[in-house]
Design a protein around this ligand. Structure first.
Ligand code: IVH
Length: 704
């Protein structure tokens, strides 16, 4: 055998062992033997660089990536699913499907909803060619290099074959065996998929996950290294997959379950059958899918997994129900956002009981004071919880918390857990002291104030209270504002602590020697920081306006104000009436902006920013592109577009003086409609007699 032949043989063999180990959980050789084969391959490949193959089993260890991930358009958009927490809505879904299919019989494929991040894998001639994250559903990041390190994702497919008989069968608590899915005698085994060769070109989608055990090990490591912990396996998986260091990804032990096969020549009209075929080609497909016909069977599946999911090796947050026949899926079609043939039922968030030890108070950049509960640590949805937000004084008072109370904590999709109630069954006669909201700022001692109509208490000392000052600077440098990305919270803390900055204008006075000292690497990083600060002088006016941190002036309001007033001077002089002339600006925003500019100190800040050369008016280029072709028009965008993205259309509407709103009403001037406009919107538009304008017509209208 030549060395070239041996390389090919080793690659095939190692692909198979990988699959046996990571997909089928049934290794046929020892780890030691595997490592020996891999080492032999690596040595041979080292001698034959001309035979390099990115899909070789030796490439699963990874190397660093240069530059950014490439953003690529999905060949087929990655839609999301309609969600419900409610069984009644599952019935409504079932009824809608039945009606939609005109009484024709149908099957529903019940699956687990895996809680990771979705990925689209492309295969050509049996080889992985591209892996793309979901992104915004239309475009995602090309993360192929990282995906190659996930051992359960096949790089080279095997010829179709009957899957290994040994499977990881889930056994229910009552010892009755696997109730749902798997080789269970329910006729769900893919015994006949052996005849299905893979199509030359296809896409398969699924979820990248970090198993609980890997997640916990990773967090233990991070804790020891005093690195910030990941809140849950989904964040850990997502953070990992977006890492530029592919070798780090390889070490983190990600896994992937595939749940959706797409392509022009699939083996079957059945979704379930296609996944079984995919399993036979080497993909990891969940053993727990089940095909059913009745609503009762669907409920049974839901109830079973609501409990049993706690024993699964990976996080799940619900079940997904899909009409099985692709023909029927097509007949049902989709709305603008999601298919009509599928729905996700989400499990109720898990709750746990623990003891309240202390309530502390945090001051944010706006001065708002947030109460935080500190509790005995408790396991909740797989993570350890010690702190929970209490939102505001009213919420806290409603709970009637006493130190030492047992409290019920819940964690939904959000990272921050919340306290639901005091566990009254555990309250003793002698409760600890009642938790009261504070009256003075914990940071600077100022008396707190409450503004009319607002739930939060504020520290009014905005120019002297440290977390407010630092918070405003953090906001100023943030990505969507001035985008001075070398300045993180720690650096700001450091500069503030050394008395170098007291407000964001001070940033523009910083000198390299103030930041560095003699140390070479510090000089380099100081230069970088100064450069980033200088570069920010080119940031356009609307983002500067957002960066100022005026209450109620978020990104969108800043854009509207910039377009309407065109310069900071015009804005500073505007009267309440001037503001109210603008469509989307109400009294609260107007008063907040007026009050901000009435403050002497703020005006001084603006003068300093002007002096440093920041953009305090719209650029000539922006001004010259503005027209009033759409002045007075209120426009709803619906559907999928070919020539520009939705966001671009939004910007175009604004650029030409129009207003974009989300829902159709009698005030709507017209609808800018792409493909697949939602039927509900269509019906409403017709009822109200509102014109529907195509993409091309619209572009003509604005003279593009
Ligand atoms: S099917 C058009 N099946 O849930 C149907 N999705 O909001 C596409 N997910 O983005 C999705 N488990 O990330 C499907 N068994 C499963 C799933 C699943 C998890 C995720 C997926 C998707 C989101 C839907």
């Amino acid at each position: 055998m030549t060395e070239q032949e041996r390389i090919m043989q080793l690659r095939t063999e190692l692909h198979r062992h990988n699959r046996n180990y990571y997909v089928l959980n049934a290794p046929t050789i020892s780890d030691r033997e595997f490592d020996d084969l891999l080492r032999e391959l690596q040595q041979l490949e080292g001698r034959h660089p001309e035979l390099f193959d990115p899909n070789s089993p030796s490439q699963r260890v990874g190397s660093d990536l240069a530059g950014e991930f490439e953003s690529v358009e999905h060949r087929r958009p990655m839609l999301s699913l309609a969600n419900t927490y409610n069984k009644e809505e599952v019935r409504e879904f079932y009824d809608r499907v039945r009606e939609g299919l005109g009484g024709e019989a149908f099957e529903i494929c019940c699956e687990l909803k895996f809680d990771g991040l979705s990925i689209s894998l492309h295969y050509e001639d049996g080889r992985l060619v591209r892996a793309v994250t979901r992104g915004d559903g239309v475009r995602g990041d090309d993360v192929t290099a990282n995906i190659r390190t996930i051992k359960s994702i096949p790089l080279q497919l095997e010829d179709a074959q009957v899957p290994s008989p040994r499977r990881d069968v889930f056994v229910s608590a009552d010892g009755q065996g696997d109730l749902f899915g798997g080789a269970d005698g329910l006729g769900n085994l893919a015994g006949d998929s052996g005849q299905n060769p893979w199509p030359r070109e296809f896409e398969i989608r699924g979820e990248v996950l970090m198993p609980w055990t890997s997640f916990e090990a990773l967090n233990r490591e991070r804790e020891a290294a005093e690195e910030p912990l990941f809140a849950n396996p989904r964040n850990a998986a997502s953070g990992t997959l977006k890492s530029k260091q592919t070798a780090v990804v390889a070490k983190r032990k990600l896994d992937a379950y595939l749940y959706y096969l797409l392509g022009d020549s699939l083996p079957s009209d059945g979704h379930y059958e296609n996944l079984e075929a995919a399993r036979s080609w080497g993909f990891k497909v969940s053993e727990h899918m089940r095909k059913v016909r009745t609503l009762d069977e669907i409920y049974e599946f839901i109830d079973y997994w609501d409990v049993e999911r706690k024993h699964l090796p990976v996080a799940t947050d619900g079940v997904v129900l899909k009409v099985n026949s692709l023909r029927q899926q097509q007949a049902l079609g989709m709305t603008a956002k999601s298919p009509r043939w599928a729905i996700a039922y989400k499990f109720q968030a898990e709750q746990a009981s623990t003891v309240l030890r202390e309530v502390t108070f945090q001051v944010g950049r706006t001065g708002a004071v947030t109460p935080v509960a500190n509790m005995d640590s408790v396991q909740l949805s797989g993570t350890i919880v010690r702190r929970a937000t209490l939102h505001n004084a009213d919420f806290m008072a409603q709970l009637d918390l006493h130190i030492g109370d047992h409290v019920l904590v819940e964690k939904g999709g959000e990272i921050i857990p919340k306290i639901i109630s005091v566990d009254m069954s555990q309250v003793t006669k002698e409760r600890g002291p009642r938790v009261e909201f504070i009256s003075r700022c914990p940071e600077c001692g100022s008396e707190l104030v409450r503004y009319e109509g607002e739930a939060a208490w504020y520290c009014p000392n905005d120019s002297g209270c440290p977390p407010q000052i630092k918070g405003r600077i953090e906001h100023f440098v943030s990505r969507r504002a001035m985008n001075i990305d070398t300045l993180g919270p720690e650096t700001i803390e450091d500069f503030y602590g050394r008395g170098l900055i007291r407000n964001y204008a001070d940033l523009y006075d910083l000198q390299v020697d103030q930041l560095s000292g003699a140390n070479d690497s510090r000089i380099r990083s100081a230069r970088k920081t100064i450069k980033a600060i200088e570069d920010s002088r080119q940031v356009p006016f609307e983002r500067v306006l957002f960066a100022l941190g005026i209450r109620f002036v978020g990104e969108n309001v800043a854009k509207t104000l910039a377009r309407s007033f065109k310069s900071v001077d015009a804005l500073a002089q505007a009267s309440l009436d001037d503001f109210l002339q603008i469509n989307s600006i109400g009294a609260a925003i107007a008063e907040s902006v007026i009050a901000w500019f009435a403050n002497e100190e703020n005006r001084r800040l603006v003068e300093r920013l002007r002096h440093y050369g920041l953009q305090l008016q719209l650029s000539d280029e922006t001004l010259s592109q503005q027209t009033d072709r759409l002045a007075g028009k209120t426009i709803v965008i619906s559907g999928v577009f070919a020539q520009h993205s939705r966001d671009e259309y939004k910007a175009l509407i604004e650029q030409h003086g129009g207003k974009n709103t989300g829902s159709i009403s009698a005030k709507t001037s017209f609808i800018l409609a792409g493909d697949n406009m939602g039927p509900a919107k269509l019906e409403k538009a017709q009822k109200l007699g509102i014109a529907i304008i195509s993409e091309d017509e619209f572009l003509q209208m604005i003279g593009e």
